[in-house]
Write a protein that binds this ligand. Structure first.
Ligand code: NDP
Length: 309
C-alpha cells in the first residue's frame, strides 16, 4: 500500500519534471532579467477562487513570471499560490518574476510606496520584480479625474526602486507622447510598457518606439478576439481563420500558440491568462518553433486597430 502511494508520488514528480517548459529570459534596461512569457491573472470572482490552484499548476508547467495588479483583487490568492510552490520546494523566491501595478487612485507621489507596501503585504512578499503604473490616468475614489501628473507618480516609483521594494519599475498603457515625456523628465527610465497587442491591434509604431528606446513591451490580452470576449465584434479575427490555421498546421500547433509565438517573434512578452491547467500548458508550449518574416507579416495584416477595451 505504502509502496503504491510512493510510486504514485514518484510518477507525479516525473510527470511534472518532464512536462515543464523552460521559458527563456531577456535583460531589461536596468540589468534585471525577465522571462519572455508570463501568466496573466485578470479575471472573474470564479477565477480569483481558482487562482491559488492556478498558480500551483502554472509553476509546475514552467511559468516563472506572474502578472497581477492591485485592481485585480487576487494578490492574496496569488501570494498563497507562491507560498505553496516555495513550500513544496518547486522554486525559490528568486526564481520567480512577480509583477503588480499601482492603481489610478494612488497616483500622488507619497501614495506610491504605501500602495506598493499594501500589495506586498497581500502577496506575502518582501519585494516585487516589477511595479507598473497601471495607467497614465489618475482618478479620485469616485472615478473622476484627480489631475495628478504621471511625472509626479513616477517619482514615487523611483523611490520604490531605491528602497528595493520593486526591483524594476515601468508603466502600462502609455502612448508615444507619454513615453517621450517620461523619458525626458525622469532619473530612471521605465523598464517596461505593458500594452494591448494582438493580431487585431498590432501597435506597430508604439511597439517600435518602445523597443528603440530599450523599453520592453509586455503584450496584454495576447489572444485578442481569438477567444470569447463576451461582446459582439464585427471585426473579430477567429481562431479558425484559414491563414492562421495554415501556419498552425505547419508547426503542429494551435492558432493560439501561433499568436503567442507571433508576439514573441516581434520581441514582446505575452502574458496569456488561464486558470485551466491544460490551457496553461498549451500556452507555455511555444518555445520549439519560430515564425518566418512572411508569417509575421501575414498576421500583421489582420490588424484592424481594434481594441478589446
Ligand atoms: P488573454 O488574451 O490572456 O485571454 C484570456 C482568455 O482566454 C480567458 O478567457 C481564458 O480562459 C482564455 N484562454 C486562455 N488560454 C486559452 C487557450 N489556449 N485556448 C482557448 N482559450 C484560452 O486576455 P486577458 O485580457 O486576460 O490578458 C492577459 C493578461 O494581461 C491579463 O490576465 C492581465 O494579467 C493583463 N492585462 C493587463 C492590462 C493592463 O491594463 N495592464 C489590461 C488587460 C489585461 P481560461 O482562463 O478559462 O483558460
Amino acid at each position: 500500500m505504502a509502496s503504491t502511494k510512493f510510486m504514485g508520488l514518484l510518477l507525479a514528480v516525473i510527470h511534472v519534471a518532464m512536462s515543464k517548459v523552460e521559458v527563456p529570459k531577456i535583460s531589461l534596461n536596468d540589468g534585471n532579467q525577465i522571462p519572455i512569457l508570463g501568466l496573466g491573472t485578470y479575471g472573474s470572482a470564479k477565477d480569483i477562487a481558482r487562482m491559488r490552484q492556478a498558480i500551483n499548476w502554472a509553476i509546475e508547467a514552467g511559468y516563472r513570471h506572474i502578472d497581477t495588479a492591485s485592481l485585480y483583487g487576487n494578490e492574496v490568492e496569488i501570494g498563497q499560490g507562491i507560498a505553496d510552490v516555495i513550500n513544496r520546494g518547486l522554486v525559490k523566491r528568486e526564481d520567480l518574476f512577480v509583477t503588480t501595478k499601482l492603481w489610478n487612485d494612488k497616483h500622488a507621489r507619497d501614495q506610491v510606496v504605501p500602495a506598493l507596501q499594501e500589495s506586498l503585504s497581500r502577496l506575502g512578499l518582501d519585494y516585487v520584480d516589477l511595479y507598473l503604473i497601471h495607467s497614465p490616468e489618475s482618478e479620485k475614489a469616485d472615478g473622476t479625474s484627480a489631475n495628478i501628473d504621471y511625472l509626479e507618480t513616477w517619482q514615487g516609483m523611483e523611490e520604490a526602486k531605491r528602497l528595493g521594494l520593486a526591483k524594476s519599475i515601468g508603466v502600462s498603457n502609455f502612448n508615444i507622447e507619454q513615453i517621450d515625456r517620461l523619458l525626458a523628465n525622469s532619473n530612471i527610465p521605465p523598464a517596461v510598457n505593458e500594452i494591448e497587442v494582438h493580431p487585431s491591434l498590432t501597435q506597430t509604431d508604439l511597439v517600435a518606439h518602445n523597443q528603440d528606446r530599450k523599453i520592453v513591451v509586455m503584450a496584454y490580452s495576447p489572444f485578442g478576439f481569438l477567444v470569447s470576449r463576451n461582446r459582439p465584434s464585427a471585426v473579430s479575427l477567429r481562431a479558425d481563420d484559414p491563414a492562421l490555421v495554415k501556419i498552425a498546421q505547419k508547426y503542429g500547433k494551435t492558432t493560439g500558440q501561433v499568436v503567442l509565438r507571433y508576439l514573441i517573434d516581434r520581441g514582446m512578452i505575452p502574458i496569456p491568462k488561464s486558470t485551466d491547467q491544460n490551457r496553461q500548458r498549451e500556452n507555455i508550449d511555444v518555445f520549439d518553433f519560430k515564425l518566418t518574416r512572411d508569417e509575421i507579416e501575414t498576421i500583421n495584416s489582420f490588424n484592424s486597430n481594434t481594441s478589446i477595451f
